[in-house]
Design a protein around this ligand. Sequence first.
Ligand SMILES: C[S@@+](CC[C@H](N)C(=O)[O-])C[C@H]1O[C@@H](n2cnc3c(N)ncnc32)[C@H](O)[C@@H]1O
Length: 296
Amino acid sequence: MTVPTTADPKTIGALITWAQGSLHASGSTNTSQEALWLLAYALEMKQHELVSRRDHAVSREELAQAESVISRRMTHEPLQYILGTQDFCGLDFHVTPAVLIPRPETELLIQEAIREGGFTDGAVLVDVGTGSGCVAVTLATILNDTRIFALDCSRDALAIAQGNAERHGVSDKITWKEGDLLSPLRECRVVGAVDAILSNPPYIADAMWADLQPEVRDFEPRLALVAGQKGTEFHERLLADAKPFLVPGGLLLMELGQGQAPLVRQAVEQVGGYIGVQTVRDEADIERVMIARRSS
Ligand SMILES: C[S@@+](CC[C@H](N)C(=O)[O-])C[C@H]1O[C@@H](n2cnc3c(N)ncnc32)[C@H](O)[C@@H]1O
């Protein structure tokens, strides 16, 4: 889809109207707000400045910048990748197409870890599949004296996550490791010493990929989303691999996809060695987080 340029808006007010019309034509539903967010970003102004300067002339450079961001959005590129940022637990995270855009439901992982954890000074926590670092960085800002390991198989994701830790001043609390699931922990001398392992793993089944919204399917990293034939393959591996690292009573918290709780409960039974298994529902009443404790 191309951006209509014939309107050639001469003022900021006309530019806003043109942007709203272009977004509407591409199927966007929140056109008024998105137009203001995107134009504020393109013209390096606050939203209120845009609105109060409706009669101001638009320069050629400003028009080119505006066309560039609006045309990206018209191809369904997520707003967050264009603006380069997403809020998570009240913190601002830099995001690029190398990382999944943090989702509000993942905030439940943090809430439940804090509620169930009762972490004392020196606690050791692990975030598996850290992506943007939203889980590890948020925990590091909340918990004072903790040691956090953040793991991912994507080097590009780890670079973004490290930048986010610097942005929030918690770099010294987090150790970053690249590799497959928990395997990088083997060199960290934390066998039997981890108080909590948290993960929002990939959990989309292969067959569901084609049906995802274009914003997700065409722009977010497939590596971050697709698990395998069932969708619960990562949960099964985590249940087995986490056991040797957890202290007795240590927590495993995993985000779940809609309808996956029964399959993952079965996997808990098969793997054995966990007690106090429970799920927590999100605002949409979906069993979203599974919590299990390593038995003694
Ligand atoms: C669903 S995303 C979660 C990202 C972030 N924690 C969040 O909640 O927004 C899953 C992450 O797992 C990583 N990942 C996928 N397969 C992996 C593997 N085998 N080992 C380690 N990390 C993996 C992806 O690169 C991605 O960053």
